[in-house]
Design a protein around this ligand. Structure first.
Ligand code: 5GP
Length: 175
């Protein structure tokens, strides 16, 4: 493991992330050829991932944001609540939820259930990271960046109590 700025080691390098984001965008471009999509960016953690992804989307695309709360420090509270919902109607739209990380899966399951109630034409999930071993509920991740071990990661949008989001790579907090 190499040492980088702020003494946070590199777990997934900037180059690896960018290469994977390009692959995910290419997959989405193929799957939605001649269709329009709405990317729903799950704030705050996925804002950088979403910004990189959308710039490689070639089909007509719009962006919406949602904000949920379920984490304090490094532990999920298991209690998910809405801070901000989408602003436009999603009826009949092809929606892709863009998440930074699926850990227990409780947050995204809550959101998937909520989005299904909006009578969308299709609903898919794109997550940069998944901690498969930590899942408490089954979550269908249609577009996945990296399957990672059970470590608390930061950088590339992911924070620890509001910090480290600006790192261009993903590191492990405390390592
Ligand atoms: P879940 O409900 O799947 O347990 O948690 C999902 C949310 O918890 C993510 O959207 C993210 O905000 C936060 N989270 C889960 N694991 C990590 C992690 O390793 N690092 C950071 N920074 N946030 C995490």
């Amino acid at each position: 493991m190499t040492t980088a700025s702020k003494s946070i080691g590199v777990f997934i390098s900037e180059e690896k992330i960018q290469a994977r984001v390009s692959e995910l965008a290419a997959q989405i471009n193929r799957d939605y050829e001649n269709q329009e999509i709405i990317l729903v960016c799950v704030l705050n953690g996925s804002f950088i991932f979403c910004a990189d992804l959308i710039r490689q989307i070639k089909v007509p695309v719009q962006i919406e944001t949602v904000s949920l709360s379920s984490y304090e420090g490094t532990e999920s509270t298991g209690q998910v609540s809405f801070r901000l919902d989408v602003k436009q109607s999603l009826v009949g739209k092809n929606v892709i939820l863009v998440e930074d990380i699926v850990d227990t899966g409780l947050t995204i399951s809550f959101l998937l259930k909520h989005m299904k109630l909006k009578n969308v034409a299709s609903l898919k999930l794109c997550s940069l990271l998944l901690k498969r071993a930590r899942l408490k509920v089954e979550v269908p991740v249609d577009y996945l960046g990296f399957d990672i071990e059970d470590k608390f990661v930061i950088g590339y949008g992911l924070d620890f109590d509001g910090r480290y989001r600006e790192l261009p790579y993903i590191g492990v907090y405390g390592e």
